[in-house]
Design a protein around this ligand. Sequence first.
Ligand code: NOJ
Ligand code: CA
Length: 605
Amino acid sequence: MLRNFAFAGQSTRGFDEAWEQPWGEYRSVRNHYNELTVRFDEKNWDKRRMTVVFRVYDDGVGFRYELPQQTKLGHANIADELTEFAIAEPGEAWWDPAFEWNREEYVYNRTPIEQVGTAQTPLTVRTVSGLHLSFHEAALVDYSGMNLRRVGGRTFKAVLTPSSNGPKVSRDTPFATPWRVIMIAPDAPSLYRSAQIILNLNEANKLGDVSWVKPMKYVGIWWDMHLDRKTWNSGPKHGATTEYTKRMIDFAAKNGFGGVLVEGWNKGWDGDWFGRGFEFSFTEPYPDFDIAEVTRYARSKGVVLIGHHETAGNIANYEKQLGPALDLYQRLGVPAVKTGYVADAGGIQAEGADGKIHFEWHEGQVMVNHHLKVVTEAARRHIAVNPHEPVKDTGLRRTYPNWVSREGQRGMEYNAWGEPKNPPEHEANLVFTRLISGPMDFTPGVLSLTGKNNTQILSTLAKQLALYVVIYSPIQMAPDLIENYEANPQTFKFIKDVAVDWDETRMLAGEVGDMAVFARKARGSDQWFVGAVGDEQERRFDVALDFLKPGQRYRAEIYRDGDDADYRTNPRSIVIEQKVVTARARLAMRIAPGGGAAVRFVPIR
Ligand code: NOJ
Ligand code: CA
């Protein structure tokens, strides 16, 4: 395939169109590119044909391979993809190792480009001349996920995720591969914005009216289990009881949260569920969880129940029950489900064409197809989906806007467990890597700043608030225990006030892995929010407020690190103050080591 193709023609076109997101970081997204399509014919008797399409943007490039329908290639078994990326200049890379047991959930490495091994995407690079690059893919559909292996110097080769079938991808023609994307920007804030390319390279919304997809904040029976205070399984410490769920519903209703997530409601958690999952039922609740009563009660309080399907990576079991499981939620008015695929990498259990169980990877073609099946089946029933241990995000929320969020990196749960906890720079890394790919269900806002056995989370209090603005997701959890929110009413207020859906997003200042300062305008509102996070060092920023409406006065409700705040010694030190500002003012702040800042701007009428 590699060398035996001859140029057979080319065409070009330009495209420029703005489109609207039903929900997102930006209401309007401009899709502006020049396209080159190059056709190749095989020179030998087979005469197989292939097309390569390039789309060139002001801040990046995408290309993909198209295999048209043809008699000599009715079906393609792809053993490997030979795409290579060679980075001209030396520089630093932020990367997550690929093909390791814990899937995407590794602390980021920051190394010279020449020390990268095999990386997941997005792989982000800053070269010596200050060029910021991120390598990723868009529209990963019926194909296997791409990782990047350094094959010498600064050259990387695509490594497709393996499949138990043999070939990494198996498909009938015609088809196109996912887009291979390089985002290219002069600085860190523009790199973040260039991620719009990922959305632009996806197809338009296929679901029609999606007003039933509701961005929201939610609480849940969740952190309790990660702290070992309650259990998913049945027994004296069972978390998902009717009674406790009603308490959560009351708390949600009282504080303006839209949903209550309940994990451990269904049969199958008893014993060692991890990596097995044959026992999970997605329709039978435990006897102490009256699902009809709980959903009725929620409705009476104007709150929804958020469903949960933990599969333990056993998609054979899940797919058998998928229809009835989603029907149950639809019948009960459960408009969203969090799914889960807890299993070691390569430990997905799927039913093959032979009716036998085969082991697959979380980002292989089988799982890529599984996720889209769940998303489209859920969409038919007006249910939104939020997978944990997911396939990476490649912008498919544009095409399927009920695919609202996902995990896919180390979230807050790591701060509940033992060591190592998420390092102070974790979120400043996420912004320019994982979050380039799309929304993350990180679950910020642990105001106790403690995990299991009173272990300390490596964050200041102000930073927990900042994360709601910094980490984009149209669904944001407030995971901490009710008592911890009730004990911190002043800081909890910000979590109640902050928006989750935006008209506009701007990164006001940022450096990969060091700091990120965001301003976001709430969707359909005149309020703006600023969120800033740093790393383990003290950071400072001084930014113009020229995003505010000229001439308008705003009350700035500021939550910043106290002057003596430090995640090691004084994490709870916070200053909460108000100022009147206009678009002509500036906002200058110190971010403590491990710290952050959050500001709400409310127009004064
Ligand atoms: C891992 C998920 O990330 C977490 O949120 C969930 O509670 C557990 N799996 C159990 O499903
Ligand atoms: Ca997880």
